[in-house]
Design a protein around this ligand. Structure first.
Ligand SMILES: [Fe+2]
Ligand SMILES: [Fe+2]
Length: 383
């Protein structure tokens, strides 16, 4: 593939969990790649690398432990360091995953829409990224998938056909689907009420699913034909579903909650003061709340009082990720993992070049905002 813009991403620790790290690289020569650490309980990792971008997992690590990792490949080595996350308190209860901004049907990328898939792969890049993300989330242990909007690139029947194929590819995996602005960008409504042979509903108001230790509340914050989001239709219903829950809540929406009336970065999300008033009310509720969005195609997290907010990047452009959530009795752990399938990474590495390479720096976000453990305040525990 012809690349322009920044160099391929260097070998780096991309994700940390409580017992594992994900190491990724943009371009290493063919041959074995191995990772070892002096930590006694870590299992050495090795992959037979075909050349180009790749990834490997180092597992069997101890929680909250600093490790030095030696990565070796044909003709080179690098020393990497990482600190594993603390495990949330209490017993693990469930795992689920989210993906967002799949943009199925998209052909080009970049500010000038000049970046296109120059590989001869028979599967379009948004689909192969999304499909690999779901498969990897299932392998990680996710028992449910939340699709947080911009599932399709445009509100067109042919783009929804891609989405139908994707959700039917995983018929046994429970899914929750909300729209993003791209799913409702046609002048006249085209978005189906359900997707695929499995008839997965597109949630057009507010719905929830209860899993052990967490209530997932999903809401449609879109405004037809506009990029910005709104809480006008769904805010009170979200608050009611959170308030009536006997367990911590995870609120999934598409647009991010802005701190200010005017957006400080592109694209605009849900403006203050409505966004902050909503967060103030969630903060005053009894149970712990996590709010997670997509839309911005970048990874960030912050707190608003007791509420944890996370933005998670797109499946289909650099860095190309999905998020996993491990729910314990006493907290939740988020990991944002790069999609490791070579056919996905080949595209996501290329897509770093967007905005003349600025995208490569903007979208990843700091490691500690991608991968974090949030223990419930006051040592509270939910069985
Ligand atoms: Fe998007
Ligand atoms: Fe969006």
């Amino acid at each position: 593939m012809i690349r322009f813009g920044p160099e391929a991403s260097p070998p780096q620790v991309w994700a940390v969990e409580d017992d594992a790290v994900q190491i990724c690289w943009g371009d290493l020569p063919p041959g074995p790649v191995t990772a070892t650490t002096g930590a006694g309980d870590a299992r050495p990792a090795a992959v037979d690398h075909g050349g180009g971008p790749g990834s490997l997992d180092l597992t069997g690590l101890s929680p909250a432990t600093a490790v030095t990792i030696e990565l070796r490949w044909t003709g080179g080595r690098a020393e990497l360091s990482a600190t594993t996350l603390p495990a949330p308190p209490g017993q693990p209860l469930t795992r689920f995953a989210t993906i967002s901004d799949l943009h199925l049907g998209a052909v080009t990328w970049g500010a000038l829409r000049t970046m296109a898939d120059r590989s001869d792969h028979p599967v379009p890049h948004p689909y192969r990224c999304a499909s690999a993300a779901v498969a990897e989330a299932v392998a990680w242990g996710a028992s449910l998938l939340v699709i947080k909007g911009d599932a399709v690139h445009h509100e067109r029947p042919e783009h929804f056909e891609h989405l139908a194929r994707l959700v039917d590819e995983f018929p046994e995996l429970p899914m929750v689907l909300i729209p993003g602005n791209h799913d409702v960008d046609a002048r006249a409504e085209v978005i189906p009420t359900t997707i695929g042979d499995r008839r997965l509903p597109y949630i057009r108001a507010v719905d929830h699913v209860d899993l052990p230790g967490v209530r997932i509340v999903a809401a449609d914050t879109t405004v037809r034909g506009r990029g910005v989001g709104t809480l006008d239709r769904v805010g009170p219903a979200i608050e009611a579903r959170v308030a009536e829950s006997d367990r911590p809540s995870f609120v999934a929406i598409h647009q991010q909650l802005q701190r200010a009336r005017l957006p400080r970065y592109w694209p605009a999300g849900i403006a203050a003061p409505a966004s902050t008033a909503f967060l103030d009310r969630l903060d005053r509720l009894d149970g712990p709340v996590t709010v997670s969005s997509g839309h911005s195609h970048r990874n960030r997290s912050r707190r608003h009082g007791s509420v944890l907010l996370t933005e998670v990047a797109s499946t289909k452009d650099w860095p190309g990720v999905w998020a996993g959530y491990a729910v314990h009795e006493g907290g939740i752990r988020q990991v944002v993992r790069r999609i490791a399938a070579p056919a996905a990474m080949d595209w996501t590495e290329y897509s770093r070049g967007a905005l003349f390479g600025l995208w490569s720096h903007w979208s990843p976000g700091p490691l500690d905002q991608r991968c974090l453990t949030n223990a419930w305040a006051g040592d509270r525990s939910y069985a």
